[in-house]
Design a protein around this ligand. Structure first.
Ligand SMILES: NC(=O)c1ccc(NCc2ccccc2)nc1
Length: 250
């Protein structure tokens, strides 16, 4: 998959090369990442990248010509089939299903807005999809783009080692993750659940599934309302609820 970002702060993206899953995927060529900075497409002495809003008011808008030229350069490099995504609070709310849909694309060009955003006519003409990573305002679209890139890369074949893919599975099947434990066996008098020390892999699998179902029921019942549970899952969740209510009443 080929990725591109149009951003006034390209140095922010260097962390993607430094760390873990994304760094390895980039080194292995599983994913490519190119950056285009509108400031490199300015022609005035001050390399101006912002402009005043029509209608007045506080704040500035991203200047049209440098941004448009940067987007065109990115599109030219990534190929005409690339989808141009704009990060903004007005966009479609990102979730795992959204990441999975985007991961099927051959090339994505993220446009990271700064200031008050981008001229609406550029959004209409240049942007294919608008995405939001949550209902809050950030100083720019860069961190939102990095969140999406991290989530996307993990879904590409070969990006995750055997160990990391376990974590992916837990949420991919739409449930919250089960609890995790490591040494020492006792912390502040709290022991590791004995099933995890039993070596009984089938019992451990069922315990982890039961915990994932139970925690989803407790913390995010909305994730359960939209899905069918198979017989084993129904049984394990019922068992969790029975034990929970015996323990905590209500
Ligand atoms: N919730 C998000 O995904 C998000 C994306 C960008 C952003 N800030 C940049 C910007 C501000 C206003 C208009 C367009 C872009 N803040 C939050």
């Amino acid at each position: 998959m080929r990725l591109g970002v149009v951003t006034l702060f390209p140095s922010m993206f260097h962390v993607l090369w430094d760390s873990g899953v994304t760094g390895r995927a980039l080194k292995r060529g599983i994913v490519g990442l190119n950056l285009w900075n509108p400031r490199d497409f300015t022609h005035d002495r001050h390399r101006t990248v912002d402009d005043r809003p029509y209608g007045g008011g506080p704040g500035m808008v991203m200047g049209v010509q440098p941004l448009r030229d940067a987007i065109h350069a990115g599109r030219a490099e990534l190929g005409e089939g690339c989808r141009v995504l704009y990060l903004s609070p007005q966009g479609r709310r990102l979730d795992q299903a959204g990441l999975e849909a985007l991961a099927t694309q051959k090339a994505l060009l993220f446009v990271a807005g700064r200031y008050e955003g981008v001229d609406e006519r550029l959004v209409d003409v240049e942007i294919d999809e608008e995405w939001s990573i949550g209902d809050y305002v950030l100083s720019g679209g860069e961190l939102a783009a990095m969140v999406m890139i991290d989530g996307l890369v993990r879904l590409l074949p070969g990006a995750l080692g055997a160990t990391e893919s376990a974590q992916q599975d837990s949420f991919v099947n739409g449930l919250l993750d089960c609890p995790h434990y490591t040494r020492p066996e006792v912390i502040e008098g709290r022991r590791v659940p004995s099933v995890l020390l039993s070596g009984n892999h089938e019992a451990i699998r069922r315990w982890r599934l039961k915990q994932a179902l139970g925690r989803t029921w407790l913390k995010r019942p909305d994730l359960l309302s939209g899905r069918i549970l198979n017989l084993e899952q129904q049984h394990l969740l019922a068992e969790f609820i029975r034990e929970y209510q015996a323990e905590y009443g209500e």
